[in-house]
Design a binder for this molecule. Structure first.
Ligand SMILES: Nc1ncnc2c1ncn2[C@@H]1O[C@H](COP(=O)(O)OP(=O)(O)OP(=O)(O)O)[C@@H](O)[C@H]1O
Ligand SMILES: [Mg+2]
Length: 347
C-alpha cells in the first residue's frame, strides 16, 4: 500500500485505543539507530470513534505527540488496527511478477470479504506453496476504502504525509521476531480491546488472527467480581495476573475467562497452521507483547498449555541505541512493537 517510495525520512505511527505512539529511526545499514520515540495516552473511546469532535481530539493528540517527540518530518508509515484488515494466504499459479499482479487482481473479488471496488488490496509473495508444486503462496490483505480514507483525512488534518499504511500485526512480526529464526514463530499481543496473533516463517507472516477481546475485558470482569473500581481492578490484574495463590485466586478467576478465549484461538491457529504446512511445521517459540508481557504468569501459562517456549518480546531488538538508554527503553518495550515495526519498514 505504498503511496510513495524512496522517501528517506519517516516515522512509524501507531494509533492504539489507549495511546498513540511513534518511532523514528535513522541510518542506512541493516540495523538502524533510534532517532526519536514518544507516546501520548488517549481516552479509549476516541481512536475508534467516527464522530467529528472525537476525531478532532485525536488530531490534537497527534499534534501534541509530534511536538513532544520533536518530530520534524511529515512522512509517516501508519498502522491499521488488525480488526479492520482481512488477511489470507492463498495459492496462485507461478507467473512472472507482472502476470502475477494481474492474476491476483482478477481473482481478488472471490478471495476477500468486501467488494474489490471498495477495498484497498495489498499482497506479498511468500514462496512456494506447501500444497501444490506448480503454485506459489501469497499473503493477501484488504482494507475497506472507507476506513483508509477516514484515516487519511484525519492524518492529513494533522499535517502529515502518509507514505504507507500497514496492518499492525505485520509490523509486530517485523519488530519482534528474530531475523535469523528458521522455525515458525508466533507473536501474541494482548491490546486493550483486541488481541493479535501472528505465525511467521522466515520473515513471512503465514497466519494472522485478530480476536476482539483484551486487557479491558479482564479488568472489567475483575472490577465486577471483586466489586472494586476499574483503576483498582487494573492494579490487581497486572499485579497478580494468573497467579492462583494470590487473593484466594480471585484475580485468576476474573481473568481466566478472557484467557480461555485466547487459548482457544491460539489452539485453532496452531491447528490451521499444521494442517497447511504439515506436522514438521512445529511452532518454535511464542513471543508475547502488550498486556501479555506484563500480565504475571501469562507467558508461563501459555508455555505450559502448548508445550512451546514463550518469551517476552523486545520491541527494540532490531534497533541500535546507546547502552545508557537500555533501562528506559526496555521499560516501555511492551507498548512499542507496532510503532517500531512500522519504523523498520524499508520504503
Ligand atoms: N505495565 C502495565 N501495567 C498495567 N497495565 C498495562 C501495562 N502495560 C499495558 N497495560 C494495559 O494493557 C493493555 C494493552 O496495552 P497496549 O498498549 O498494547 O494497548 P493498545 O495498543 O492501546 O490497545 P489496542 O491495540 O487494543 O488498540 C492496555 O489496556 C493497558 O492499559
Ligand atoms: Mg495496539
Amino acid at each position: 500500500m505504498s503511496i510513495l517510495s524512496g522517501v528517506s525520512e519517516f516515522f512509524g505511527l501507531d494509533i492504539g485505543t489507549t495511546a498513540i505512539r511513534l518511532v523514528q529511526l535513522k541510518g542506512n545499514g541493516p540495523v538502524k539507530h533510534l532517532a526519536k520515540y514518544g507516546y501520548i495516552p488517549l481516552d479509549s473511546r476516541l481512536a475508534m470513534s467516527d464522530s467529528k469532535p472525537d476525531q478532532l481530539k485525536v488530531i490534537q493528540a497527534v499534534h501534541e505527540l509530534l511536538g513532544q517527540a520533536r518530530i520534524t518530518t511529515k512522512n509517516a508509515v501508519v498502522g491499521i488496527p488488525s480488526q479492520r484488515v482481512f488477511t489470507t494466504v492463498v495459492d496462485v499459479d507461478r507467473l512472472s511478477p507482472k502476470e502475477l499482479a494481474k492474476s491476483i487482481k482478477y481473482q481478488a473479488d472471490s478471495l476477500i470479504p468486501t467488494p474489490l471496488a471498495q477495498s484497498k488490496l495489498d499482497w506479498a509473495l511468500l514462496g512456494d506453496s506447501p500444497k501444490d508444486k506448480a503454485k506459489v503462496e501469497i499473503l493477501l490483505s484488504s482494507v475497506p476504502n472507507d476506513f483508509i480514507e477516514q484515516r487519511l483525512d484525519l492524518l492529513e488534518a494533522s499535517g502529515l504525509n502518509v507514505i504507507a499504511f500497514e496492518p499492525d500485526n505485520l509490523a509486530l512480526a517485523r519488530a519482534l521476531i528474530p531475523a535469523g529464526a528458521t522455525g515458525p514463530q508466533m507473536v501474541i499481543d494482548i491490546g486493550n480491546k483486541t488481541t493479535d496473533i501472528v505465525i511467521s516463517v522466515q520473515g513471512g507472516p503465514r497466519l494472522t488472527r485478530s480476536i476482539p477481546t483484551g486487557a479491558e475485558a479482564m479488568v472489567r470482569t475483575a472490577a465486577q467480581t471483586l466489586n472494586i473500581d476499574d483503576k483498582q481492578a487494573q492494579q490487581f490484574v497486572f499485579k497478580f495476573g494468573l497467579n492462583k495463590d494470590k487473593l484466594e485466586g480471585q484475580v485468576y478467576n476474573a481473568v481466566i475467562g478472557t484467557i480461555d478465549i485466547l487459548v482457544t484461538e491460539i489452539e485453532k491457529s496452531i491447528k490451521f497452521f499444521v494442517t497447511r504446512y504439515g506436522e514438521s511445521a512445529k511452532i518454535e517459540r511464542i513471543i508475547v507483547t502488550g498486556a501479555a508481557s506484563v500480565l504475571p504468569e501469562f507467558p508461563l501459562f501459555i508455555a505450559n498449555k502448548f508445550g512451546i517456549s514463550a518469551e517476552i518480546g523486545n520491541s527494540w531488538r532490531n534497533v541500535a541505541f546507546p547502552a545508557d538508554r537500555q533501562n528506559e527503553l526496555l521499560a516501555v518495550s511492551n507498548h512499542f512493537g507496532v510503532a517500531a515495526g512500522l519504523a523498520e519498514r524499508i520504503e
